[in-house]
Design a protein around this ligand. Structure first.
Ligand SMILES: Cc1cc2nc3c(=O)[nH]c(=O)nc-3n(C[C@H](O)[C@H](O)[C@H](O)COP(=O)(O)OP(=O)(O)OC[C@H]3O[C@@H](n4cnc5c(N)ncnc54)[C@H](O)[C@@H]3O)c2cc1C
Length: 380
């Protein structure tokens, strides 16, 4: 049985990034993925920003980027705020493959079709059982998604609160705004969540919804009926759903010999449900911290807390602020959301959703008596 410095479980955005950064930091690294190929198996809107590429350390090649799109955020009365900044609609499988290929170039071993079934810590090492082999590693990075086997094996029961989502990829759409990713809010449309239409090319779009306390499929089908002018003749090419952890970071994502990252640890921006960038960043930091700890011979949780400290400095703060905004907005009635849309500009929505300069927006909203009580004071 070969001993690795760092063993990464799962080749989503968190895992491929972790494997690359651990190998780059000089650790003997292996990445295990249960699927037969590195690809985006879980449903995903595949929308992300330019900065994701910077964090992942790859260039935004045309083979990964399908197209650029601005964003339109709709209030329940269908008025909208334009966010005139281009984001990317990506081919996530190509993104993962590119980062995994860089990990391999850095010397990481990559093994697909290997499902991790359990792990335990004995004599200061993590012993990892796969369907095909048993592996030994100084540090394990659990990047195996929301229903993490690594977390379960480590006895970590805490999970970030999920929102259930369903997404169709639809062909034969007649999109009114083929260059815009559109987000639709409101209790009638998507209770405690939002619906989206993300164009993927000519007449092709990802149409999805995230809701809490209601059936996502039921609301998605209602949404599609409502948009029958654009989606009435469209056909479903792909129909999948998955939980998205939008309740913020779990409190214990580091134990002796292991770090949890990505959806397994709740590294998703709560209000948007965006996890590609946040989990890529978590993977990069975890890979570095794990490699340094393994090479120094101290893989205690105290040492691995270096991950928590570094992630918290930027992303942890953003995630907490975005969660606060989500909690404040989820209690608002549709008529309040309509009023909010008349006051916010694109950059205000970006700041609120991403947990950036929330205070600035809250101060601006304080001038409006009703919103000061219902929203702004909760954000201060
Ligand atoms: C419908 C939907 C739409 C979304 N849209 C967007 C979006 O537009 N933009 C955005 O930024 N985010 C979006 N997200 C969120 C984003 O997809 C996730 O946050 C992100 O993929 C999390 O990455 P991850 O690496 O933590 O986990 P995952 O992407 O879930 O990857 C986990 C990997 O681990 C593997 N694995 C699992 N168990 C094992 C095991 N036992 N052994 C070996 N391998 C294992 C899996 O096969 C998988 O490859 C969306 C999510 C959903 C559900």
């Amino acid at each position: 049985m070969q001993t690795y410095d760092v063993l990464v479980v799962g080749a989503g955005p968190a895992g491929v990034s972790a494997a690359r950064s651990a190998a780059k930091s000089g650790a003997q690294t292996i990445l295990l993925e249960k699927n037969p190929k590195i690809m985006a198996v879980k449903p995903c809107g595949e929308a992300t920003g330019r900065q994701t590429f910077e964090t992942a350390g790859i260039s935004p090649k045309s083979s990964i980027i399908l197209h650029k799109a601005n964003a339109m955020v709709y209030a329940p009365d269908m008025s909208y705020v334009l966010i005139d900044q281009s984001g990317y609609s990506i081919n996530k499988s190509m993104f993962l493959l590119e980062v995994a290929a860089k990990a391999a170039e850095e010397g990481a071993q990559i093994r697909v079709r290997e499902t991790v079934t359990s792990l335990e810590r004995t004599d200061g090492f993590m012993r990892v059982k796969g369907l095909h082999d048993v592996y030994q590693a100084k540090v394990v990075i659990g990047a195996d998604g929301y229903n993490s086997t690594v977390a379960k094996s480590l006895g970590i029961r805490e999970k970030s609160e999920p929102i259930s989502t369903v997404q169709y990829v639809m062909a034969n759409c007649r999109l009114e705004y083929p260059d815009s990713a559109r987000f639709f809010l409101g209790h009638e449309i998507a209770p405690k969540g939002y619906a989206w239409i993300f164009p993927r090319g000519e007449n092709l779009a990802e149409v999805g919804i995230g809701v809490r306390g209601a059936s996502a499929k039921l609301y998605l089908d209602k949404f599609i009926k409502r948009f029958s002018n654009e989606l009435g003749d469209a056909q479903i090419m792909d129909y999948r759903g998955a939980p998205v952890p939008i309740g913020g970071l779990i409190s214990e994502n580091v134990v002796d010999g292991a770090i949890l990252v990505g959806d397994a640890a709740g590294t998703v921006v709560p209000l948007t449900g965006a996890g590609i960038h946040a989990s890529t960043a978590a993977g990069v930091i975890a890979g570095e911290v794990a490699a340094e700890a393994a090479l120094d011979g101290d893989t205690s949780s105290g040492r691995l807390q270096g991950f928590t400290k570094r992630y918290d400095a930027h992303w942890g703060k953003k995630i907490r602020r975005s969660l606060k905004v989500m909690r404040a907005i989820e209690g608002m009635k549709d008529k309040d959301l309509n009023q909010l849309a008349t006051l916010l500009k694109g950059e205000d929505i970006l700041d609120l959703a991403n947990g950036m300069d929330v205070k600035r927006v809250a101060l601006m909203l304080m001038k409006h008596p009703m919103l000061a009580v219902k929203l702004a004071r909760h954000l201060m």
